[in-house]
Design a protein around this ligand. Structure first.
Ligand code: ADP
Length: 397
């Protein structure tokens, strides 16, 4: 059974094609800088052969189309036709109560669109891409693995906001948590790597979107994102935690209405807003190294917030066995890792700065004196979603 997994990041689209009879990956590809004022790199690797081209990709719908074109290319593709794909699994973000793993239907799409307020950068491109695919390839089931499902285990004291209780009951205003597939993968993988099924792990997924999650034995206990993916640590262009009462003052001082201000918080804030340079950590690091003070500030604030959540999760879990960095920034940015883990020796967390500069892939980067292990582990959200897609199809019969 061939399953295609589509992972729509806020500025990226990654996909993998699996043969689920043996979980073998047949192809993988990625398109970055979607919607940015620059060419996207559209890359696919099929059977060891890499094909790349550069072009402007205006939105996620165009990215999905590019993926299908690459996989069915008569010279370099690995599929005869799009119909060879038994199902397409999506790492979908938010559909409120409709959590878990679901075959995509009209109710789910309508709900995702109706709840676009919660995930304005994610729900609309997902719903748009799903509708486009449903229309173009009606015979291929689409399966959504909702990001929030992994966090259903979070105890009530870590998921409840101190708001009028009616809001919780009637409107489901609560900390939902996101990045479920990535944190689930890290929990499962760390149990294998540490040979410990009850390990306390702090997973730092740092990418276009970033969140931290504390797990015991691979089960989510608390996470940095709350009601929406705009919360927690700063995101690429989204704000992270923010005091809602600043909005009333901002409205009066700037003359902007609430919708405009919320749009600015969800598209002109985060690393982009602070740095004034870019929403891409590579550009910000380059500018910071060249002396740009706003870029330096953006990195400092981002790393300080990561450290703050590590502290919160250490308290929640009563210590940790391992801290894991994953995602584009987590796996690659030595600067962010070093800033975020500085001065944590009192908690038994000591980074080996030399290892930090050279790590690649699955590796440890803690000093011998560190009580807590520190790892980089490339996440594999796609295999989690592919397994869940097969599970959903088998339930459907
Ligand atoms: P998404 O959440 O959109 O899937 P990724 O996990 O791919 O995103 O992460 C994208 C982020 O990773 C971008 O900000 C990018 O700049 C950053 N990144 C990728 N490679 C590096 C690198 N070598 N150094 C620093 N940051 C990097």
């Amino acid at each position: 059974m061939y399953v295609l997994v589509a992972n729509l990041g806020s500025t990226s689209f990654k996909y993998r094609l699996f043969d689920m009879s043996n979980e073998q990956q047949l192809a993988r590809g990625g398109i970055d800088r979607i919607g940015e004022d620059a060419d996207s790199n559209c890359a696919v690797e099929i059977g060891g052969q890499k094909i790349e081209n550069q072009q402007r990709i205006p939105d996620h719908a165009a990215a999905v189309q590019m993926c299908l074109d690459q996989l069915t290319d008569s010279n370099t593709g690995c599929l005869q036709s799009v119909e060879d794909v038994r199902a397409i699994g999506f790492k979908a973000v938010f559909a409120g109560k409709l959590s878990g793993i679901r075959v995509v239907d009209a109710t789910l799409l309508d709900t995702m669109e109706a709840l676009a307020d919660v995930a304005p950068a994610h729900n609309p491109p997902y719903a748009r891409a799903m509708r486009q695919l449903q229309k173009a390839f009606p015979q291929i089931p689409l399966v959504a693995a909702l990001e929030t499902a992994f966090h259903e285990t979070i105890p009530v004291e870590y998921r409840t906001y101190s708001v009028p209780y009616e809001w919780v009951e009637k409107y489901e205003i609560r900390r939902w948590g996101f990045h479920g597939a990535s944190h689930r993968f890290i929990g499962t993988r760390m149990a294998q790597l540490m040979q410990n099924d009850s390990a306390k792990v702090i997973s730092c997924h740092l990418g276009g979107s970033s969140s931290l999650c504390g797990m015991i034995g691979g089960v989510s206990q608390s996470t940095s994102m709350g009601m929406t993916p705009q919360s927690g640590v700063p995101q690429n262009n989204r704000v992270g935690d923010f005091d809602p009462f600043a909005l009333r003052l901002l409205k009066r001082l700037s003359g902007k209405d609430y919708d405009t201000l919320l749009d600015e918080l969800s598209s002109k804030s985060g690393l982009l807003g602070m740095s004034g340079v870019s929403n891409d950590a590579r550009d910000i690091e380059e500018a910071a190294a060249g002396g740009n003070q706003q870029a330096q500030l953006a990195l400092k604030v981002y790393a300080a917030d990561i450290k703050k959540y590590i502290g919160q999760l250490l308290a929640t879990l009563n210590g940790a066995d391992a801290i894991v960095f994953t995602g584009g920034i987590g796996e690659n940015s030595q600067v962010v890792r070093e800033l975020a883990l500085s001065n944590l020796d009192y908690a038994g967390i000591v980074l080996d700065k030399e290892k930090n500069q050279s790590v690649k892939g699955e590796a440890t980067l803690h000093a011998d004196s560190s009580k807590v292990q520190i790892w980089t582990v490339p996440t594999n959200e796609e295999i989690v979603v592919a397994r869940q897609t097969v599970e959903a199809l088998s339930k459907k019969g």
